[in-house]
Design a protein around this ligand. Structure first.
Ligand code: 13P
Ligand code: 13P
Ligand code: MG
Ligand code: MG
Length: 367
């Protein structure tokens, strides 16, 4: 059965501050999604949240980039923004950058990961959702899942993974893309993936079958808006089992510390902490950045789940390591590398301060 799985997300207002979504916005989204399912616009849906980002997960028959499905998500975000405005939530409508919907949510503020798939006999997917970080946050985990045999032994010992995967990488600053074949192009690829603020993995494919394996949102809100509107807080869909990594191989990268851009005022590096749904609330220094994992089996388009994959004591040590890294970075205060480099900060007083002090800068005589 051909279906499309769409994960579309937006920050439409935070309660309190940027910490979490308000229950009333979630119930408004739930109410409108239920109407859409009843009308047949979508096969099934789930409304979730990670921190202050509202996540709409949908299965449908309309394919990728469908005006109908994207328009539905836009209308729901708009209705939820009205609820947020009524409650005077912080940053109501923060990610809705366009005044009106025009065919497709791309470039309009919401984050989008979607894939058209031929549903397998057992279709296992994990949807990763993060808050307080930029879209390149998936580079390291996706590399480990699909190209690192120390993470994914299936690449070495499973005949149906041994062919390797290809990675479509986007230059999010220049608007260009390139595809790398792994394992043979790993060294070339890592030149780019190692700079996640500039290059982000968009899609991953299984090389033998050409099947889509993973798809991530790669928007950069700060560029789109031309002013500070928050980090992207990206979402990523990963197919598991069979010709793809096992569920445990897809989760394993999150057992290690991954330092990402985002956190307080979108201007700091911090550890991406894997948490259960109930802990997806960004408090300490507006973070630390968090990631949740919603696991599903898909049965004729119906979403069997979610199973809260990080709600497990096995990830307690990862959380402890992330919190230790958070302490270590916080001790740097306003110094890099905790604070982002000047050109990557989403908040800065540099132009104003340097203009005010310009006359006090004197040439240095190096004689
Ligand atoms: P969000 O991108 O999650 O809205 O966070 C913004 C921020 O500045 C947090 O300090
Ligand atoms: P305000 O300047 O709107 O208070 O936003 C600051 C902020 O929340 C950044 O995290
Ligand atoms: Mg916010
Ligand atoms: Mg957010």
């Amino acid at each position: 059965m051909e279906i499309t799985l769409s994960a579309i997300k937006a920050d439409i207002g935070g309660w309190v501050g940027h910490s979490v979504t308000h229950p009333d916005t979630l119930s408004k989204a739930e109410e409108l999604m239920a109407v859409a399912r009843k009308s047949g616009a979508v096969i099934d849906y789930r409304v979730l949240h990670c921190g202050d980002d509202l996540q709409l997960i949908m299965t449908h028959h309309h394919g990728e980039d469908s005006e109908k499905v994207h328009g539905l998500a836009w209308d729901i975000f708009t209705a939820c923004t009205d609820v947020a405005k009524g409650l005077k939530l912080h940053g109501a409508g923060q990610d809705l950058l366009a005044d009106a919907f025009s065919g497709n949510v791309k470039g309009m503020g919401p984050g989008l990961a979607e894939m058209a798939i031929d549903e397998r006999e057992a279709e296992t997917v994990i949807i990763f959702m993060a808050d307080k970080c930029a879209s390149g946050a998936w580079n390291l985990p996706l590399y480990r899942m699909f190209a690192d045999p120390f993470n994914t032994p299936g690449l070495v010992i499973a005949p149906n993974l041994h062919c390797g995967f290809s990675f479509e990488v986007h230059d999010v600053m220049e608007g260009k893309r390139i595809t790398f074949n792994t394992p043979e192009e790993i060294y070339d690829m890592l030149v780019f993936l190692g700079s996640p603020g500039h290059f982000a993995v968009k899609n991953v494919w299984h090389r033998d079958t050409g099947r889509i394996a993973a798809s991530a949102s790669t928007q950069r809100l700060s560029f789109m808006a031309g002013r500070y509107v928050g980090k992207d807080d990206p979402v990523c869909i990963v197919r598991c089992q069979g010709t793809f990594p096992a569920v445990g191989e897809a989760l394993e990268p999150f057992s290690l510390v991954n330092i990402v851009e985002g956190w307080m005022r979108g201007s700091h590096n911090g550890p991406l902490m894997p948490v259960g749904f109930n802990n997806a609330k960004c408090t300490r220094f507006d973070g630390p950045p968090r990631v949740i994992a919603a696991g599903f089996q898909i049965a004729n388009g119906m979403l069997i789940g979610p199973s809260d994959m990080f709600e497990d004591v096995a990830f307690d040590p990862a959380r402890q390591k992330a919190l230790q890294a958070a302490d270590m970075l916080r001790s740097m205060g306003p110094f890099e590398p905790h604070r982002l480099p000047l050109d990557a900060m989403e908040y800065t007083t540099m132009p104003e301060v340097s203009a005010r002090l310009a006359a006090r800068f004197e040439p240095i005589d190096d004689d």
